[in-house]
Design a protein around this ligand. Structure first.
Ligand code: SF4
Length: 187
């Protein structure tokens, strides 16, 4: 095993430990915290149960149970899509946002801010690795909207070339299950 593989394994284990501890503080399971965090970053095509199942590689049944419990605890609310029949979107309530205020990503952000290293270079290398592994695993990449092949920046605002719908500015920095690389070899 290469040194990089070992480092990634250790980082993965440490992050999982932080997620477990964070979840336990609130009487939750790790997947509950992870779903809350995902929903803060997902765009309106991705804040739905099927996208959550794809992102985490878990079953629709597990997603349903997770969403039901988070809703029951007052951490999530749901809203029926006015344009797409049975589709339901999920978002965090103020109580859900409160839980994430001091959660594990904050610890990582703090560690990164203390590093003298080239963070942009680190981002780039990790993104390449992630995209390669996702391709090998047959998973969707869930990239950031502004970096998508379908993203259109027009005079009257942003638009999705796939759905032809207008995109609010806050949606363009979120991740999307329909994301496609703008060019071959993009990272
Ligand atoms: S432009 Fe791409 S990433 Fe953005 S909403 Fe459309 S498909 Fe999703």
């Amino acid at each position: 095993m290469s040194q990089t593989s070992l480092l990634l394994e250790r980082l993965g284990a440490l992050i999982q430990q932080s997620v477990r501890e964070n979840a336990a503080q609130h009487g939750l399971l790790p997947i509950h915290i992870q779903v809350l965090h995902y929903l803060t970053r997902a765009n309106r095509y991705s804040d739905i149960p099927i996208a959550i199942a794809e992102y985490f590689g878990i079953t629709r049944g597990t997603v349903s149970q997770t969403l039901a419990l988070l809703e029951q605890k007052g951490l999530l609310s749901k809203e029926r899509d006015p344009h797409h029949g049975k589709r339901v979107h999920f978002q965090l309530t103020p109580a859900g946002e409160m839980i994430l205020r001091e959660s594990w990503p904050k610890r990582i952000e703090q560690a990164l801010s203390e590093m003298p290293a080239d963070i942009a270079g680190l981002d780039d290398a990790l993104r390449r690795l992630l995209l390669t592994l996702q391709r090998l695993n047959g998973q969707r990449p869930f990239g950031v909207c502004q970096q998508c092949m379908h993203f259109l920046n027009e005079d009257n605002g942003a638009r999705c070339g796939l759905t032809q719908e207008a995109l609010a500015a806050e949606q363009t920095v979120r991740i999307c299950r329909e994301w496609a690389a703008p060019e071959p070899g993009f990272v």
